[in-house]
Design a protein around this ligand. Structure first.
Ligand code: SF4
Length: 221
């Protein structure tokens, strides 16, 4: 994927403005170790980060290692994560991933994208979150629902598939910005460029944003 010079210039302006608007770029999920971030990210599917943080506050006291999660009784784990939603599927992913970590990586989280996406329940998004936020490794751009919506409105991509959106963004943005860009776009999507009512009048990007799909509502999700 090659980005045009215009696309790169547009992206550079967006990166600069977002840096000024959100100087502190951090993940909203609470964690102390790469394993905790991996589990929290699995739990965050279809769930708010605030809810995940409530669940993990107790969960991480009870289960402290990949081995703890791997040998937990499934109904106990399901109960512990129930309020995060989709708890059966998430418990299955957490236990499947933890077993593989114990069996193949000595209970540690591998610092490698290909290895991470082989873990049950872990896709590129989760792998990018863990590598970028826990290890500082820029493996890609995290594409979640906020990044999808906001970057499409900003005209940075016209794709709907997360992998293709990520390819467009990686081509336009310097690698050193990938990790923080995702955090900032997610913040921006939560605070200003909301799905239903984007606050364009107070948006720091309003003069450079083509607002694609905003007027006709086609990009509201
Ligand atoms: S101008 Fe509106 S559509 Fe564009 S990024 Fe800002 S809030 Fe979103």
């Amino acid at each position: 994927m090659v980005a045009t010079a215009d696309a790169k210039r547009h992206a550079a302006k967006i990166v600069r403005r977002l840096k000024t608007a959100y100087p502190i770029a951090r993940c909203a999920l609470n964690f102390k170790t790469p394993l905790e971030l991996l589990i929290a990210t699995i739990l965050s599917a279809q769930c708010t980060d605030a809810r995940v943080n409530m669940v993990t506050r107790d969960l991480f006291k009870k289960y402290r290692s990949a081995a703890d999660f791997a040998r937990a009784k499934t109904p106990d784990l399901e109960r512990a994560i129930q309020t995060a939603g989709f708890f059966r599927m998430k418990a299955k992913s957490i236990q499947g991933a933890s077993r593989k970590l114990v069996e193949e990586y000595g209970g540690n989280v591998p610092q490698d994208l290909d290895a991470l996406v082989e873990l049950p329940g872990v896709g590129r998004k989760t792998a990018n979150v863990v590598l970028g936020t826990a290890f500082g490794i820029a493996s890609g751009v995290v594409v979640d629902t906020h990044v999808t919506r906001v970057t499409r409105r900003l005209g940075m991509t016209s794709q709907t598939d997360a992998v293709k959106i990520e390819q467009d963004l990686m081509a336009q943005i310097p690698k050193r910005e990938w990790i923080d860009f995702s955090h900032r776009v997610i913040l921006h999507g939560r605070q200003i460029c909301a799905a239903r009512k984007p606050k364009c009048s107070i948006c720091p990007l309003k003069d450079i944003c083509p607002k694609i799909g905003v007027a006709d509502g086609s990009l509201l999700d």
